[in-house]
Write a protein that binds this ligand. Sequence first.
Ligand SMILES: Cc1cc2nc3c(=O)[nH]c(=O)nc-3n(C[C@H](O)[C@H](O)[C@H](O)COP(=O)(O)O)c2cc1C
Length: 217
Amino acid sequence: MKKQLKGAVLLAPLPVVMVSVGTNERSNIITVAWTGTVCSYPPRVYISVRKERYSYDILRGTGEFVINFTTDKLLAACDYCGIRSGRDIDKFDEMRFTRQPASYVSAPMIAESPINMECKVFDVINLGSHDMFLADVLAVHVDETLLNGDGAIDYSKANLVNYQHGEYYATGKHLGRFGFAAQRKYIAKYGKGKDAFAPAAPLVKRKNNGGNYKTKR
Ligand SMILES: Cc1cc2nc3c(=O)[nH]c(=O)nc-3n(C[C@H](O)[C@H](O)[C@H](O)COP(=O)(O)O)c2cc1C
């Protein structure tokens, strides 16, 4: 039996990221969970931000931001940046984060975060409680220790955090690779459909695409 609930934004898991805004001189960090990918080519993402956030006017003014990924080690800082406002404190200083200049946008990157995405806003949509800032991803900076031999990001090494309705969870248990369930060898061993569950890692390893993310998704 299932219980029907009223409509609510219960989608999970979600990324939880630290978004840096402003300039080196006047920078701020806002924690955001309402974020995601909206287009592969051109690479486009969104963040949804409430008008009352201190970061909102800065975002409106510059039209630029950096998405800084959150690892388990950075979670406390990420949570703190989502509770306190840049109106009252300098979050870069208080978190002892290092401002690292970005290549294309005015907002500084958080040096301690291993993956940073430079984003330029191309549209803002008022949706209700939140405005959605749609942005082009101009560049991604990745800590070299997370890159495998082919130049692709090995997310299993990143210890990224996800967010599920008020709770933070670790990621990291690798369950399979894109397309594994359609591979002949997999189907031969585990079958197809809802009962084709492989308790361990994927059966067949495919060669990855060497950091060329032009796979169709
Ligand atoms: C886990 C988490 C996720 C959050 N996600 C969002 C979000 O998606 N959009 C938003 O406007 N505020 C979000 N917030 C709240 C802001 O991060 C928070 O109000 C912050 O203090 C705003 O900072 P500012 O006033 O310096 O801009 C989130 C907070 C937490 C802790």
